[in-house]
Design a protein around this ligand. Structure first.
Ligand code: SF4
Length: 71
């Protein structure tokens, strides 16, 4: 399991589950970019936009948790 976080959101990715449908890369390329390292940039879009894209992952490889630090 891979984990990418900032103070607003944690995105987890399980490469064993990913079916490489590419929905995440097409849907939110500012965050999901397989040519970049790390390939998930949690600072590339608003946390709500990232969460919405994660929910559209067809395989369940992606999951997220919104954090409320600083509230
Ligand atoms: S949307 Fe999910 S299944 Fe599709 S490439 Fe991204 S992580 Fe893999």
């Amino acid at each position: 399991m891979q984990e990418y976080r900032n103070d607003k959101i944690v995105v987890r990715y399980d490469p064993k589950i990913c079916i490489h449908a590419g929905d995440c890369v097409r849907g939110l390329p500012s965050v999901f970019d397989v040519a970049a390292k790390p390939w998930i940039d949690v600072n590339g879009a608003a946390p709500e936009a990232i969460a919405g894209q994660v929910r559209r992952c067809p395989s369940g490889a992606l999951s997220y948790e919104l954090l409320n630090k600083g509230d």
